[in-house]
Design a binder for this molecule. Structure first.
Ligand SMILES: [Zn+2]
Ligand SMILES: [Zn+2]
Length: 272
């Protein structure tokens, strides 16, 4: 067996991708995938830099849906294409996100923290004047608050995304120092029947593994978590399903035997 679906990818409807939807789908077919889920960015109240216009990460969902339906039909005999969204989470927009999540017939919603307390870990200003551990702590605390107060999502995306952009990246990250926050996040997700994703872009960003790291994935499983999705977070065709062989081995080591693909917001389980 191999992993038959890539459940996190972007196309030109996302501000940071120029890939035509057809190109992403055709690459997925060429790789032998049976299914993909497109998950464009919807990040309300993003902090934009000079290069980006306001709304850069807010997908035109009607246009996206129309193109999705066209492609879904066009490729139906070769691959199943699912309609998803990557919803940017912030506490102060919970209500707005909730209304949005209910307003389209999504197959799958990834909740992702790209920002933290109205700040962007991608920017140096997030890290300036403090120990990087403080930045990590602030990020995990914010996810802890969000998962306990918000329900309209299926899996939490790249849970340790913050490590990608800190001064030393993940070199000095010791999971034990964040055990309380991580355990609380994972237990809340499990209690609510929510999943996490293994986001293989971590390999591309030289994290030495997926987002989140093996320690967090293993802990989710140890605590009884079963809902796991796998996605490349590809923004161009070459990145579709990148790292899937590596992550499959890693997930076995972390105790997983199954992963999920969501249809109409419900998980379908597959053997790894
Ligand atoms: Zn993301
Ligand atoms: Zn993404």
């Amino acid at each position: 067996m191999s992993i038959i679906a890539d459940c996190h990818m972007h196309t030109s409807f996302s501000g940071d991708s120029e890939a035509p939807m057809e190109d992403m789908i055709e690459r997925s077919i060429a790789l032998g995938l049976k299914e993909i889920t497109i998950t464009e960015h919807m990040d309300y109240d993003f902090i934009y830099t000079e290069d980006e216009e306001d709304g850069f990460f807010e997908v035109d969902t009607d246009a996206y849906r129309a193109k999705y339906l066209e492609c879904h039909e066009k490729y139906a005999d070769r691959i199943r294409v699912n309609f998803g969204i990557e919803l940017g989470m912030q506490m102060h927009i919970n209500e707005k996100n909730s209304a949005y999540a209910k307003s389209f017939p999504f197959d799958f919603i990834i909740g992702s923290s790209h920002l933290c307390n109205k700040k962007d870990p991608y920017l140096p200003s997030f890290w300036e004047g403090r120990d990087e551990k403080e930045g990590w702590h602030e990020y995990f605390e914010s996810i802890k608050d969000i998962v306990s107060s918000y329900d309209d999502f299926d899996t939490y995306g790249h849970l340790d995304y913050v490590l990608r952009y800190g001064p030393t990246r993940n070199k000095n990250f010791n999971l034990d120092e964040f055990r309380d926050d991580i355990d609380k996040i994972l237990k809340t997700l499990i209690e609510k029947g929510k999943g996490i994703e293994a986001n293989t872009s971590g390999y591309h960003y030289e994290m030495g593994g997926p987002h989140p790291c093996a320690g967090i994935l293993k802990r989710y499983r140890e605590l009884g978590g079963e809902i796991l999705t796998i996605g490349s977070d590809a923004h161009k065709p070459e990145a579709v399903a990148a790292g899937f062989e590596d992550v499959r081995d890693l997930l076995f080591e972390c105790g997983f035997e199954r992963y999920c693909i969501f249809h109409e917001r419900k998980p379908e389980f597959h053997r790894l």
